[in-house]
Design a protein around this ligand. Sequence first.
Ligand code: HEM
Length: 505
Amino acid sequence: MGNLDMAVGSILLALISAGIYIFLISPAAKRRQLEVSGLRGPVPEFPLGNISEMRKESRAPAPPTGQSMITHDIHSAVFPFFSRWRESYGKVFVYWMGTESFLYVADPDFLSKMTAATTENSWGKPNMFRQDRRPLFGEGMVMIEGESWAHRRHIITPAFSTSNLKYMLDMVAESASTMIDEWSSLLASGRREIDMYDHLTRKTGEIIVNIVFGRNDGNGKEVLRRQIDLKYQLFHLKQTLASEAQGREMDRLLLSSIESRKAAMDSEEAGAFVPRGDLLGLLLTWNQMCADHDSKKLTPIEIVGECKTFLFGGHETTSVALSWTSLLLAQHPEWQTILRKEAEEVLADAPPDSSALAKLIKMRWVMNEAMRLYPSAIAQRQARQDVRVGEVVIPKGTNIWVDILGMHHDPALWGSDANEFRPERFSDSLHGGCKHRMGFLPFGFGGRLCIGRNLAIFEYKILLSSILRRFSLALSPSYVHSPSMMLSLRPSHGVPLILTPLPVN
Ligand code: HEM
């Protein structure tokens, strides 16, 4: 046997050994560890774990149409496999995606002990998701961990200070007013229906481009368009290479925007337009302030990641929350009247500022109730160390899927009306009467709590009050109720509503 043959043989042997370790020995050891802790779940199959079962059950039956067919009892339709496994294994169990173990958690008490047992730095994000979401979020805050995440969060928090929010709200109010004009023109031209999801996604997209770049940045718009395309590809393995190419093209566009903005800042004295309240301005100003501390500066590719994270995270969730709210209000015209009256009284003709918006109390109940029934976002973690929760040890490397949707619909936490739209449940408490403080998590939990939540709440209130003061909403017969989870809980067939203009006072 020649030297070459021996080398090839050794490489093959090493690959086979690595394969046996990764696919058989390590998962089996992890499974034993979990079982010793009393954590069980559906039996995984080699090599996909429980993926085939999940895929098979996700093939949805024909969705129902018509007002009478709309049910908010959606957990078993969105996550049929979790719903079924819960019946056998309870609210905390283990399932497998290939060789990766996932701990399903829908017990707020367990979640609260789990987060109290460690600091946020002990948790990361699942490796398997970090890989396929990299083109979408790059090195943005939502993807990084440990000290780098804490440092980034510290730099970005001031973007949402009271004074900076005012700057952002002015931009939101301007966009809301153009949206109402566009819709009025559409209706005047004979259109009766508006797809709220489509229009609100475009509008919140326009708003976030302005918030990130401080002006209508062409590259920002293009990146957002590509991100929206890309989110549909994430769920198709075949598209991975194409996604990565898309991701690199987005990076190129954003780097070019960053370069021209830096040049504009350098020539500021010459009168260049340099707004300070936008995210990019804030990050570049931070770098200027750290001129003598290179280690604290953000690299261009880190800034690109933050721009991507904000562009995507900052519009999709808000548009989804507003779209589900519009649907719920179309079903409950009495709540349209209540919110319209509140908006007229509180806002009158003044431009909406944060103190006036904070007085839209009933609108906040409705927002909470809409995000309870249709929570926009998901929360996942990966243990970076062994974590003890009472008698249970979650081994290092275990992924966590927190089923926010499951907790928000659990009658044991909310009562027998858990699947009904009852905004008044939030009249007495921020947690809507939920039996556990951690049972209501529309903006996540712990140190990773949504950084943009105040902006989201104000943006929601400005857009919704603008809509309700000019139009009444009714469900279109073409509406198909089919919520589906794709990074956020989306209405798969949009939310077409019939809008009727109200007399202008
Ligand atoms: C209704 C609208 C929104 C909802 C429901 C929402 C929900 C969430 C949730 C649940 C998380 C935690 C995810 C996790 O635990 O992994 C999160 C994180 C985050 N959100 Fe939001 N969000 C909204 C709007 C926004 C807006 C407007 C922005 C920015 C302009 C934003 C930026 C972020 C960022 C950067 C993070 C990552 C924070 C971190 O990892 O430290 N979100 N959001």
